[in-house]
Design a protein around this ligand. Structure first.
Ligand code: COD
Ligand code: ATP
Length: 291
């Protein structure tokens, strides 16, 4: 399995492309904006920390986060934005990691991660095999944001300034989807991207790498365990007869003697706290002595 980081600027069209990949092309898409809402639900750690740092002003009377209010606070203040990010991002990345593991176990070839701040936070970049930026002009971002959220021009521009410029993101990614034209053009580019991802054999490389790592870890653990065990224990383990009680030793010796044609048996047992000592005493006596 490999990961595809889908990013862009605010209102550049990430969700539009993600929707096509998920609903029309059947991809697994993990949306960081959705997870960001889950990790601040009333009662969660994220919710408690936001209350501690930002006060009750950014909450609604029913206890839920007042997103519009918190947005006004953090988009115009870089320091407060940093504080909010330091509260929410670790929780968001943890939740994403679990979803990735779950989909890996389900055998997915690739997963799309819709991460608006992929290049701003940098943490997830090393895990991405492909990074895709959904691009449009800043003027289009402003217009689309104003139309979608009923923001003033100023409010839209403040939000755009809070992010890395799209031109910079385009220089960092492996693939660009140009969303400056009509929806159909974006749709066709997304279908082309999906074709390329589906054809990629990268997931085999990743699977083999993971299998190799897991094999090495298991091998190394067994090697270290065997070297830490006393030599005698390793010998007993290697003999493929694992002795769990004195009774099993006695039973084995009696059976051996009977197989050897013994008609009478005389047993002498010495109790000791050291089980291995008893083994040695008994084994020191040739089987014929027991006849
Ligand atoms: C500030 C909040 C409450 C505003 O909520 P609102 O419903 O108005 O916006 P929404 O969550 O839908 O985000 C819309 C877009 O804003 C941009 N954005 C969100 N948070 C940030 C941020 N901390 N820095 C820069 N841009 C951001 C992204 O492009 C995102 O796609 C919310 O965005 C939030 O909790 N942000 C912190 C978590 C975060 O970083 N989320 C981004 C995904 S990792
Ligand atoms: N090619 C396009 N032409 C016209 N409008 C578009 C186009 N692509 C997207 N839009 C519109 O622009 C707005 C923003 O798009 P979208 O929600 O996909 O952006 P986003 O990058 O996910 O935003 P955010 O960062 O806020 O999550 C939406 O209202 C969407 O319908």
């Amino acid at each position: 399995m490999f990961l595809v980081g889908l990013t862009g600027g605010i209102a550049s069209g990430k969700s539009t492309v993600a929707r096509i990949l998920k609903e029309d092309l059947g991809c697994v898409v993990i949306d960081a904006d959705v997870i960001a809402r889950e990790v601040v639900q009333p009662g969660t750690n994220g919710w408690k920390k936001i209350r501690q740092h930002f006060g009750s002003d950014v909450f609604l009377p029913n206890g839920e986060l007042n997103r519009e209010k918190l947005g006004q606070v953090i988009f115009s203040d870089a320091e407060k934005r940093k504080v909010l990010n330091s509260i929410t991002h670790p929780e968001i990345y943890k939740a994403i990691a679990w979803k990735v593991v779950k989909n890996f176990l389900l055998g997915q070839h690739f997963i799309i991660l819709d991460l608006p701040l992929l290049f701003e936070s940098k943490k997830m970049v090393p895990f991405m095999s492909y990074t895709v930026v959904v691009n449009c002009s800043e003027e289009q971002q402003v217009q689309r944001l104003m139309a979608r959220n009923q923001y003033s021009k100023e409010a839209a521009e403040i939000r755009i300034q809070a992010q890395m410029p799209l031109s910079e993101k385009c220089g960092l990614c492996t693939r660009i989807i140009d969303n400056s034209k009509d929806m159909k053009t974006t749709y066709l580019q997304t279908v082309q991207l999906h074709k390329e991802l589906s054809k990629s054999l990268l997931y085999w490389k990743v699977r083999m790498l993971i299998a190799l790592c897991a094999g090495s870890v298991i091998g190394l653990t067994i090697y270290r365990l065997l070297h830490e065990l006393p030599k005698e224990t390793v010998r007993l383990l290697g003999s493929s007869q694992v002795i769990t009680s004195v009774f099993s030793v006695v039973k084995e010796l009696i059976e051996n003697s009977l197989d050897a044609g013994a008609t009478s048996l005389e047993l002498r047992l010495e109790t000791s706290a050291d089980f291995c000592k008893i083994l040695e005493i008994i084994k020191a006596n040739p089987i014929s002595n027991l006849n």
